[in-house]
Design a protein. Sequence first.
Length: 206
Amino acid sequence: MTSPDVLAPAKLGPLTLRNRVIKAATYEGLSHKARVTQDLIDFHVGYAAGGVGMTTVAYCAVAREGRTDRHQILWTDEAMPGLRRLTEAVHAHGAAVSAQIGHGGPVASPKGNGLPALSPTKHFHATSLSWAREASVADLTGITEAHAEAARRAIDAGFDAVEVHLGHNYPASSFLSPKINHRTDGYGGSPGEPCPLRTRDHARRP
């Protein structure tokens, strides 16, 4: 079997990359007060000028309480001009650019955010030495909607793709953990068990 040419153009969904080399999302620590800095732009331009097919900007939080560092980018009106400058600068060197979006959930920084971290169930966060509170259904709906809004803003800012962060005990992975998720509603239980919320909703239907 012949291996694909790493440096040949490649399709990623509807996107055509100039090659198969992608700069992975690793938090740069170069944003400040939730905004893009020139250092962050220069960082990604360096990869674009070096020839990668796509570079990925990390970590762009979908909500204030979801940041793991208080300086991480937030999808606010104030952040959009800087994000557009970043995407335009990367595109000028022929590379595509992706935005990593996510919510820290139980591993977010309550001290830095000034807000409690959210967890499937009450959970002690050893790094921050504080308790993450149990997320309500309204909280979870809000987080879901915030991801959708972040994706819309990424399009408006000129990003070619988004990467949804699903690891490191962020909400999606923490809800799969029996050590953290002790819920008994539709967001808990084993994957093979019927969802109580869906069962009740179905029972109400005529």
